[in-house]
Ligand binder design. Structure first.
Ligand code: F6P
Length: 362
């Protein structure tokens, strides 16, 4: 059968670089004689036939624009009667769409949640024509060194900390900066190291309140102020995260505002302290150069793989190359966590930044 189109969609939380992947895929698809069809709001676009034929005008600024021109979706896909689509039903909808729009394969840009969902679909239908591109600011997708969106988020956080530093200096304060990172401490570690933080707390390393305090006091003595970066997923004895049902069949973690906890802890120990939550600014902003490079390479290779019928893979960035990994193998791995041999962890240790002791399970 001769196909004229390739499909593409974005799924899960947005991040920078999604539009750059779409732009690159569009350019490559057109060169190879295919049109690129976007499904809006992830899998919802497939079940609701909500499509848009992409043309170059729509992606002209996409290289550096955050968000998703195709919109995204973190909710379960439900039918009119509000019951969830089963994997079998979703597979049928995907096949129906591919037939209806003469689509050879679909490029699925998603993070861990989307990868697990797609892997369930492959259990039902092993020959689904899907190629996955990994994206997440958390950088916690297994089997790829980096995912689209991570580099922009650490640049945003690192720049925010540089702006916060002047207040810390002028008022001789300890400022605690709380950053995102659902299960992994990549954002905290990379942004902390690149902005000259004194202490970085991540879920993979166990901290000790007394040692942390000692280190913060030492930083004050040496330079008169202190910056502590903490990942949102870090917990304390009195500050635990909670899994809450959000009414659509999914549960979400409600974080404990750990930044505030540490600012109070420092205040109780006679240090003038404030906490700042960086929040969703980490997911937006002008797409960083590294994300533009990664996204452009992924978009190009995703189209090549669709055209060669290399399906059931997630593209991975490994040692400077883009390679395809079996999606089921990726889904079997638990989320990627910071490793004690990671280059930024090593830099933190070498530069005497307090990071606690390695204990992945925390
Ligand atoms: O997984 C990406 C992420 O930005 C996490 O770092 C963060 O905990 C979460 O999504 C926030 O999700 P939402 O935008 O749904 O609150």
């Amino acid at each position: 059968m001769s196909y004229s189109n390739i499909g593409i969609l974005t799924s899960g939380g947005d991040c920078s670089g999604l539009n750059s992947v779409i732009r690159s895929a569009l350019i490559r698809a057109n060169v190879l004689g295919y049109e690129l069809i976007g499904f809006r709001r992830g899998l919802q676009g497939i079940v609701h036939n909500d499509i848009v034929k992409l043309n170059y005008n729509e992606v002209d600024n996409a290289l550096w624009q955050s968000g998703s021109i195709l919109l995204s979706n973190t909710k379960q896909i439900v039918k009119d009667d509000k019951s969830a689509y089963t994997p079998d039903e979703l597979c049928k909808e995907i096949e129906k769409s591919c037939d209806a729009y003469n689509i050879k394969g679909i490029i699925f840009i998603g993070g861990n949640g989307s990868i697990r969902c797609i892997s369930k679909l492959f259990e039902v239908k092993p020959d689904l024509p899907i190629v996955v591109v990994p994206k997440t600011i958390d950088n916690d997708v297994a089997n790829t060194d980096f995912s689209v969106g991570f580099f922009t988020s650490i640049e945003t956080v690192s720049n925010a900390i540089s702006n916060i530093r002047s207040t810390a200096i002028s008022h001789e304060r300890t400022i605690v900066v709380e950053v995102m990172g659902r299960d992994a401490g990549y954002i905290a570690m990379y942004a902390g190291v690149t902005s000259g933080a004194d202490a970085i707390l991540v879920p993979e390393f166990k901290y000790d309140n007394e040692k942390l305090l000692e280190h913060v006091k030492m930083a004050h003595k040496q330079r008169g102020y202190c910056i502590v970066v903490v990942a949102e997923s870090v917990e304390s004895e009195s500050c635990k995260n909670q899994d809450v049902q959000i009414g659509d069949g999914f549960s979400r973690t409600r974080y404990s505002r750990i930044g505030e906890y540490f600012a109070n802890f420092f205040k109780q120990n006679n240090l003038d302290s404030r906490s700042v939550v960086i929040g969703h600014t980490q997911r937006g902003g002008t797409t960083s150069i590294m994300d533009r490079i990664l996204a452009s390479a992924f978009g190009y290779e995703a189209v090549n793989n669709v055209v060669q019928c290399n399906f059931r893979i997630m593209l991975s960035y490994s040692k400077g190359c883009i390679i395809g990994r079996n999606i089921t193998d990726v889904a079997k791995c638990v989320s990627r966590r910071l490793d004690q041999n990671d280059m930024c962890v090593q830099i933190a240790k070498n530069l005497n930044i307090y990071i606690g002791d390695y204990c992945i399970t925390a």
